[in-house]
Design a protein around this ligand. Structure first.
Ligand code: HEM
Length: 528
């Protein structure tokens, strides 16, 4: 039968069209209503919270578009406008609630319903796979329990010979910059050192920093930071768009390059492990007095042994845990150390005070630092903590809530399925906890001042069950490096505190590097 043609407002429609269009429209209206109904608790909470402007589909993403420095500026502005929260942020269609007050943070970080890393971590899964940092909760529970003993406090002293050896190389390399008037970037020396430290201490692998592999890994790390910027570029969310983007930038091989060194280490260490097993000498060494003594295994050997005992790590599991340790254990410390030394260069009085303490504990000679000495360097400890307060390497942590979580502020219930943004940067710069939050003042971490504050007002290493597994190792290794550095050189800069501009590309960094000059240390401790 011939279709009936009708004229509707000047448009000519066939009868099937007249029937189909309202059906299609109703279908979308129903879908939309269902979507809104399912998310009514998000919308209800969102309507009661302040937050930056948001638009359908993209949310507040427009605020964050631009360079890593612009991204950081936007974050700082939002924190300033909405602190101390809680406040909302829509990223794409996803509701996030930013919490800043220590009492709220304590609840979320310790809640069993907030252990899951947020969906946005999937973008860094390209890098870390399912290592501890990014692993889903079930896998994380098993791996965390197995891996924790490798960084147990009782083993920390065993890392010292490697600390000494690698710092000796650092000092030798730094001598090429001695007494120059032109500043250099601390990063170029510190980053290879921390990478080399973690490779040897966790993987038992002696990395020659000048080797092709080491520098290739570091280069891949630089390209990989762009992976993180996907979070604020919704058009790169689909994998196909991201692959295309990498191709256009000539970076399509970046992940293969990143994995080259970890895979090489695993292969070689596994061969050595198998060999030792055959010789049945895997855990026994003979000491000077010819007595047999247990030699603690490095982290990677522990993984091999656990696997033998039935832990069932796949090849990907090995790779992911090793990459996580390499990046989590080196970049974080390198950034903190660079900021710390730059701050000491900006504040020579504080540098002198740190140096005096080092001389008190270690003397003016070249006696090697021990673990007991490092515990006595309490002012240096304060300086490092204050550095992490001002420049927390991970300025924002994201948790996807697997159930409702009630926080203290206004008795708000954070709904299941929403994202909780914990913001160390904002918590650390809150004047309720720190009287002059934007100044460098190591006295903030004097014991009497720590006692006045909430425990969760410092989040440099996060907290709760998913807090940093390597915090004690990190503090010790940083203390050894800074004290060795300052025993050899004084550090100087033209920078002022306000010259430090920040950027965020996976981690928080100085946008213009860490420019300093160094001189042979002439001043001996004033206390002598
Ligand atoms: C100054 C140095 C360091 C800082 C500031 C730091 C900071 C952090 C923070 C804030 C987290 C929590 C991340 C999150 O919740 O998303 C974390 C987790 C982690 N860190 Fe560190 N870290 C440092 C050094 C290290 C070192 C030396 C290692 C290895 C030896 C390490 C290994 C890890 C691992 C494996 C995780 C994941 C823990 C888990 O989810 O169970 N970190 N770190």
């Amino acid at each position: 039968m011939e279709a009936i043609i009708q004229s509707v407002n000047g448009f000519r429609l066939t009868m099937p069209e007249i029937i189909a269009y309202p059906i299609i429209l109703s279908f979308f209206v129903i879908l939309w209503c269902r979507y809104k109904w399912n998310r009514r608790h998000f919308d209800k909470l969102a309507s009661s919270l302040k937050g930056p402007p948001a638009y359908p589909i993209i949310g507040s993403a427009l605020q964050f578009i631009g360079t890593p420095q612009k991204l950081m500026d936007s974050i700082l502005k939002i924190i300033k406008d909405y602190s101390p929260g809680p406040f909302k942020i829509w990223l794409g269609p996803y509701l996030g609630i930013v919490i800043i007050k220590p009492e709220d943070v304590q609840i979320v970080l310790n809640s069993s319903k907030a252990l899951q890393k947020d969906r946005f971590y999937k973008f860094i899964k390209n890098i870390f796979g399912e290592g501890l940092l990014t692993a889903p909760v079930d896998k994380w529970r098993i791996h965390r329990r197995l891996i924790t003993p490798s960084f147990n406090s009782s083993l920390l002293s065993e890392f010292f010979p490697v600390f000494h050896e690698k710092n000796k190389i650092l000092i030798k390399n730094l001598k090429s910059e001695l007494n120059k008037t032109q500043s250099f970037d601390l990063w170029d020396y510190i980053a290879p050192t921390t990478l080399s430290l973690i490779c040897q201490n966790a993987m038992g692998y002696n990395l020659d920093n000048q080797s092709q592999c080491g520098s290739e890994f570091e280069k891949a790390m630089i390209s990989i930071r762009i992976g993180f910027l996907r979070v604020v570029k919704p058009w790169l969310y689909p994998n196909i768009m991201f692959s295309l983007y990498l191709k256009l930038k000539g970076d399509s091989n970046v992940f293969n390059n990143l994995y080259k060194l970890p895979l090489k280490m695993i292969r070689e260490k596994k061969e050595a492990f198998e060999q030792k097993k055959i010789e049945n000498e895997s855990t026994v060494i003979i000491d000077d007095t010819n007595k047999e003594k247990k030699h603690s295994k490095v982290f990677l050997d522990t993984l091999f042994e656990l696997n033998e005992a039935g832990a069932n790590f796949s090849d990907d599991d090995f790779r992911d845990e090793v990459v996580t340790m390499m990046i989590g254990g080196s970049e974080t410390s390198a950034i903190t150390l660079c900021f710390c030394l730059l701050l000491l260069a900006i504040y020579p009085d504080i540098q002198d005070k740190v140096y005096d303490e080092i001389c008190d504990v270690l003397g003016d000679g070249d006696q090697k630092i021990t673990i007991v000495d490092s515990y006595k360097l309490v002012y240096l400890d304060q300086v490092l903590m204050e550095t992490l307060r001002l420049f927390p390497v991970l300025p924002i942590l994201l948790r996807e809530l697997q159930d409702d979580v009630k926080i203290v502020s206004d008795n708000i219930v954070l709904p299941k399925g929403s994202t909780c943004y914990i913001c160390p940067l904002a918590t650390h710069r809150n004047s309720l906890s720190y009287p002059n939050p934007n100044s460098f003042d190591p006295e903030n971490f004097a014991p009497e001042n720590i006692a006045k504050r909430h425990k969760y007002s410092f989040l440099g290493f996060s907290g709760g069950p998913r807090g940093c597994i390597g915090s004690k190792y990190a503090m010790l290794s940083m203390k050894v490096l800074v004290s060795t550095f300052l025993r050899n050189f004084s550090v100087h800069t033209d920078y002022t505190f306000d010259d430090i501009k920040l950027k965020l590309d996976l981690l928080l960094r100085s946008a213009n590097g860490y420019p300093v000059t160094i001189r042979t240390r002439t001043r001996k401790s004033m206390k002598k």
